[in-house]
Design a binder for this molecule. Structure first.
Ligand SMILES: [Ca+2]
Ligand SMILES: [Ca+2]
Length: 225
């Protein structure tokens, strides 16, 4: 009788914990190099490629690789190439994106971002619409930066209202040599990095797998009966 009560309590706890965890946050993470499309001159790079272009060598990108347009940072470069991710959003909500980046200097520190269907599909490489301009935080080592609007009147964190289902995230070159290692998507809209705690793709457990783990827990509890 005591064991049965304990078992029931454990089961309730597991289910409650499962629901609580799923209510905390939606989080997804992808390697830049795993984008569904990478259009030249944007290409996959490794740290030595940075040094070969006369810049720093940003060691230990997640997965060993990143995406960029090779070249020394130069005024007037950029404006060609893109990467596109087809992302299945698990539930309707408001989302933010953090990118793990390296940006050598003021001529290698921006991308253009459209996330459809929340954004229009206009091409900011042609329109120069600052609504889609991401001013990337500079630094020669990998660091997280939340995707923002770099408007002429200031820089503000972006967020997107998205339906459940298929979305398209397009990251276009604005300045050559800006490096993207991976992206972290979350419905935690806090501006503080420590509070959000962006994670690498290897650190994010896919929702299906998490569900599987809960099932495994149930099975192991049952087997002790
Ligand atoms: Ca710049
Ligand atoms: Ca990477």
């Amino acid at each position: 009788m005591y064991r049965k009560t304990l078992l029931t309590l454990t089961m309730i706890l597991c289910v409650t914990l499962g629901y609580t965890l799923s209510a905390i946050a939606v989080e997804l993470a992808f390697e830049a190099e795993d984008a569904d499309t990478i259009e030249a001159p944007m290409v996959i790079g490794v740290p030595a490629d940075g040094a070969a272009e006369g810049g720093p060598e940003p060691v230990d990108p997640s997965g060993g690789k990143f995406v960029w347009v090779p070249g020394p940072p130069v005024t007037g470069g950029g404006g060609e190439g893109f990467m596109e991710f087809v992302i299945n959003i698990p539930e309707a909500g408001t989302y933010a994106i953090w990118g793990r980046v390296v940006a050598w200097d003021g001529n290698s520190d921006s991308f253009w971002i459209n996330w459809l269907p929340a954004d229009s599909d206009e091409n900011p490489q042609e329109t120069n619409n600052t609504e889609f301009r991401w001013g990337v935080a500079q630094g020669n080592e990998w660091h997280w930066d939340r995707i923002n609007h770099w408007l002429d009147g200031g820089t503000f964190d972006r967020e997107w209202d998205l339906p459940k289902g298929k979305t398209n995230l397009i990251i276009r070159t604005r300045e050559d040599a800006t490096m993207l290692d991976c992206i972290y998507i979350t419905d935690n809209l806090a501006a503080d990095e420590a509070e959000v705690n962006p994670k690498l793709p290897s650190e994010v457990i896919p929702a299906v797998e998490a569900h599987g783990k809960l099932t495994t827990t149930w099975a192991s509890i049952k087997s002790t009966q």
